[in-house]
Design a protein around this ligand. Structure first.
Ligand code: VTB
Length: 324
């Protein structure tokens, strides 16, 4: 993939973040999501790709735009798979809580897993633990290995997990072992990626969250030398069938990084909507200015760029069109 694409993509996540940030704390997650989605869709038109959405806002008949199968980009460039979450953490924005992101991953056609909209059991780690732990191990063993390879006391390890009743047994185990826990209410893409940034203080991310979010986090972790292992959790025969229809022959198998993000390259971009572990949120300044913080990276070159952008809002016609 051409490296220029990385900078084109980050402009798309920036606009989605700017659009949804207007809704922070206003208790309306649907409007926040709608604004991000419209902005992302509109901005994609200027990107030089022939993209097909493989992870998006829903099925063709469920979502008005950025639905699975939709063509995006100027349709002249390279044929790519596009995974989007215009607003990862709609509830976070509605409540003004941390870790909401606008996210895109792009890979050459056929290389991103078409993850069905269901839960995925996840284990995410940073570079020091990549290849050293297994989602098949009991949690106690994983924690012991993490302590050993990170050269930390078990009581100094920090595990991040979504605060959900379905994680009761994990939480019970973690408390018995005596590790520290950081609960999040939403936003497991940011949570999983945080493991690759030592300054976040997160050593492991575990638990069941959205499968599409798992693929997005895996794309980021490929660029950062981290790892995410996943296992789909089809809850009904219907969900099981859906996995098979989407080309996942054995829905219960462990999904490796290569299963989720194949090929030799992937581009990942995210812009912070609310403040987070590794990105600041959108902030507004006098004179119609707004600042965004983004990360954009490529698996092939492993370049990780943090981009701080000062936008002049009156010069953003696409944004204004959405807000009217
Ligand atoms: C996570 C999280 C998302 O959904 O995937 C979570 O990353 C899991 O679903 O931000 P439940 O809310 O059903 O537990 C979100 O919180 C929302 O998509």
């Amino acid at each position: 993939m051409e490296r220029e694409l990385a900078l084109e993509i980050v402009r798309v996540t920036e606009l989605a973040a700017l659009a949804s940030a207007k809704w922070m704390g206003r208790g309306d997650k649907n409007s926040a999501d709608g604004a991000a989605t419209s902005a992302m869709r509109a901005m994609f038109d200027s990107v030089s790709i022939k993209g097909t959405v493989v992870i998006g806002e829903g099925e063709m008949d469920e979502a008005p735009m950025l639905y699975i199968g939709e063509q995006v980009g100027n349709l002249e460039g390279l044929e790519v798979d596009v995974a989007v979450d215009p607003l990862e953490g709609t509830e976070l924005v509605a409540k003004g809580l941390n870790n909401a992101l606008a996210v895109i991953a792009i890979a050459q056609k056929g290389n991103l897993l078409h993850a069905p909209d269901m839960y995925m059991q996840k284990l995410a780690v940073g570079p020091q633990l990549a290849g050293k732990v297994s989602i098949d191990d009991p949690l106690e063993i994983t924690i012991q290995k993490a302590a050993q390879y990170l050269n930390k006391n078990i009581s100094d390890l920090t595990v991040m997990i979504l605060d959900r009743p379905r994680h009761e047994s994990h939480i019970h185990t973690l408390r018995n072992i005596g590790v520290r826990i950081r609960f999040i209410s939403d936003g497991d893409v940011a949570g999983a990626i945080a493991c690759a940034f030592p300054e976040s203080g997160i050593d492991l991310y575990i638990g069941a969250g959205g499968a599409p979010e798992g693929v997005l986090a895996a794309a980021a972790l490929r660029c950062l030398d981290g790892e995410l292992q996943g296992r789909l959790l089809p809850a009904t025969p219907e969900e099981f069938r859906r996995c098979v229809e989407m080309g996942i022959e054995d829905p219960k198998k462990v999904l490796t990084m290569q299963d989720m993000v194949g090929g030799d390259d992937v581009i990942f971009a995210a812009t912070g909507v609310t403040p987070g572990e590794f990105l600041k949120g959108v902030r507004y300044f006098p004179g119609d200015r707004a600042e965004t913080h983004s990360i954009v990276m490529r698996a092939k070159t492993k370049t990780v760029r943090f981009i701080k952008t000062l936008h002049y809002l009156p010069n953003k016609p696409l944004l204004q069109a959405i807000q009217e």
